[in-house]
Design a protein around this ligand. Structure first.
Ligand SMILES: Cc1c2[nH]c(c1CCC(=O)O)Cc1[nH]c(c(CCC(=O)O)c1C)Cc1[nH]c(c(CCC(=O)O)c1C)Cc1[nH]c(c(CCC(=O)O)c1C)C2
Length: 354
């Protein structure tokens, strides 16, 4: 679980390679199953030398600047918004902060039905206007040379933070709630679901061309509990978004969830992001031919030799087969990853031809 727990400083800048303007980003073509010449590639990453996370992520200029850093240096096929899955919480009356070295802190963790009753439904236009503004600017800046990606947290993963009060090891508080007062947890999950439907639509209307849903802690649920506390809500989100935005690709990311792949496919998402604990060919088979796959190189591979990185990329692309594959790591970049290896990853990836 490292993408956002990791901080990656991008130093300097590299001359921008010329990229021909295309009608539609390669990433969208690949997701739709068009005949593409290579898999699109992007990575989750980074932070910068800036003030606190919330300050960075709630200021339009900084959000745009930080979001564009990897784009300027590596020209990936996807440019993800700099934000966090917890960003909507303050707009839902759940005060929080992200503390350096500690991660997210929820000031008053939710415990009771009353607490859940106090949670306000999210109105993105009012609470996080900077997200929409940043996406609109990003879309213009990137100009279809890559896909602009928005993202949200899945209801169960958001609930785990607000019930646990932050990151957790054993998830005992949310499990206590799930297994002793399931109705209270369901009420909270429904509030997050309704809010995330609005948030995804808002991101799409502002400029996001695909939205990734992070269910980072689904891995903590046994399959039977995933079916009760996560799957129905994910499905509700996908169904509702598809009604208003039928062409918006939805990517589901649930690291450590190799045991859940068939169930993840039932959500109706367009893409499932695999981590490196699943063999790419096996994952592909288990998800079926209609779902595109993303991933799944071990982020640790980027600490290896250039030859090793090249061979793992080739292996992953071969196992994924032609089309419907977005090349990526199985999770975000790890702190201390040599920047030249990241550059090498992109060079090799962009030279691939099916
Ligand atoms: C860079 C960063 C982020 N969030 C946090 C950081 C580090 C703190 C900092 O820079 O000050 C705190 C931050 N935010 C969160 C954490 C995780 C804490 C934990 O382990 O529970 C931390 C340290 C919560 C969070 N946040 C996110 C997830 C889902 C992905 C995953 O599973 O890793 C989760 C679980 C998503 C996220 N978070 C972030 C992005 C943007 C990616 C990019 O710009 O490339 C994304 C996609 C950005």
């Amino acid at each position: 679980m490292l993408s956002c727990r990791t901080v990656w400083f991008i130093s300097g800048s590299v001359a921008e390679p010329q990229v021909a303007s295309v009608a539609e980003p390669l990433l969208l073509n690949a997701v739709r199953g068009d005949d593409v010449e290579r898999p699109p590639v992007w990575l989750m990453r980074q932070a910068g030398r800036y003030p606190s996370f919330r300050e960075r992520s709630e200021n339009v200029d900084l959000v745009v600047e930080i979001s564009l850093q990897p784009w300027k240096v590596f020209k990936p096929d996807g440019v993800i918004l700099f934000s966090d899955i917890l960003t909507p919480l303050s707009g839902m009356n759940i005060p929080f902060d992200i503390v350096k070295g500690k991660g997210p802190v929820i000031f008053d963790p939710l415990q009771t039905a009353d607490d859940v009753g106090q949670v306000r439904e999210f109105v993105p236009q009012e609470s996080v206007p900077y997200v929409g503004e940043a996406l609109t600017i990003l879309r213009k800046e990137v100009d279809n040379k890559a896909a602009v990606l928005g993202f949200v947290g899945a209801p169960f993963t958001l609930a785990s933070y607000v019930v646990e009060g932050g990151s957790s090891k054993h998830f005992s508080k949310i499990k206590r709630l799930a297994f002793s007062q399931p109705k209270v947890l369901h009420a909270l999950l429904q509030k997050f679901t309704t809010s995330m439907i609005k948030y995804i639509r808002y991101q799409a209307d502002s400029g996001a061309q695909a939205v990734q849903i992070f269910d980072s802690w689904a891995t903590e649920l046994s399959p039977v509990d995933f079916e009760e506390f996560s799957l129905p809500y994910l499905k509700q989100i996908v169904d509702a978004v598809k009604e208003t935005h039928p062409d918006l690709p939805l990517i589901l990311y649930a690291s450590g969830s190799g045991g859940l792949l068939e169930r993840l496919a039932l959500t109706g998402v367009d893409v499932v992001s695999l981590d490196w604990t699943v063999d790419m060919a096996e994952g592909r088979r288990r998800l079926g031919p209609n779902i595109a796959v993303q991933g799944n190189v071990d982020p640790g591979v980027l600490f290896g030799s250039k030859e090793f990185i090249t061979s793992r990329i080739n292996d992953t692309v071969r196992k994924a087969g032609r089309g419907k594959h977005i090349l990526n790591l199985g999770h975000g970049i790890v702190v201390g990853t040599p920047e030249e290896n990241v550059a090498h990853f992109f060079e090799v990836a962009k030279d691939i031809r099916y």
